[in-house]
Design a protein around this ligand. Structure first.
Ligand code: PEP
Length: 246
């Protein structure tokens, strides 16, 4: 099933979360042929869970720590998220890589913890502008995926991947659907080549300045299996339009 996910980032208080979900639910109540996911801040998980638990909308987090418990002030474990009804978690978002210095090795450990704990990760990959301009898009994406999946190669069906070119995120300047398609196909071919149990269950989402006007064009591409939406997902009506755009 296609997956359309919101990434609210550091937006929405618990009160605003309640208002958003109350507005959003009626707009998507009849949509059953695609998966809808809200990746909300940690502080909104409880209220979101209460409102979503009897619906078909899934709940996601935006980050997780790889240790199961202990003296890691400020961190949140897989088990803590699972206990709050979370089924997905974004791992390795470019903001975590470039603002918080998250390294490939850390991302790999987080993926391992998610798979061990039964949480489905959405691994984010994507090149920066200077890398694209230097013709390094495929090399960067391949390196990020190989390092993130190191020792997990035979389990790639348990994760989804978001291709998010860094220059397209929050810039109003999306990749063209055709350019994104080429990278998505490359990612799937790569997964096929590294996973000897490959079953094609990884969905490859596109992220980067998706809005209600362009979402349908991305979803026409054969290897675009869904969308990860930041800015436009902050408005329940705009996000519902994206969900309903194909
Ligand atoms: C994101 O950060 O995951 C994202 C896709 O953001 P935006 O839609 O604002 O480009």
């Amino acid at each position: 099933m296609k997956l359309i996910s919101a990434n609210w980032k550091m937006n929405m208080t618990p009160t605003q979360t309640r208002d958003y979900i109350t507005k959003f639910l009626p707009l998507v109540k009849d949509v059953k042929d695609r998966e809808i996911l809200l990746c909300v801040p940690y502080t909104s998980l409880c209220v979101a869970y209460d409102l979503l638990k009897d619906t078909h909308i899934k709940l996601g987090a935006q980050n997780v720590y790889y240790e199961p418990k202990g003296a890691f002030t400020g961190e949140i474990s897989v088990a803590m998220l699972k206990d709050l009804g979370v089924s997905y978690v974004i791992v390795g978002h470019s903001e975590r890589r470039w603002i918080f210095g998250e390294r490939d090795e850390t991302i790999n450990r987080k993926l391992l913890a998610c798979l061990d704990g039964g949480l489905r990760p959405i691994l984010c990959v994507g090149e920066r502008l200077e890398e694209r301009e230097a013709g390094l898009t495929f090399k960067v994406v391949e390196t990020q995926i190989r390092l993130a999946l190191s020792s997990l190669e035979d389990h790639t069906d348990m994760i989804d991947i978001a291709y998010e070119p860094v220059w397209a995120i929050g810039s109003g300047n999306p990749a063209t659907p055709e350019d994104a398609q080429i990278v998505h196909k490359f990612i799937k071919d790569l997964l096929k080549s590294i996973n000897k149990n490959y079953q094609g269950k990884t969905r490859v989402l596109y992220g980067g300045s998706v809005n209600p006007q362009n979402a349908g064009e991305f979803m026409k591409m054969p290897d675009i299996d869904g969308l990860l939406v930041g800015t436009a997902s902050l408005d329940p009506e705009a996000f519902a339009k994206i969900v309903n755009s194909f």
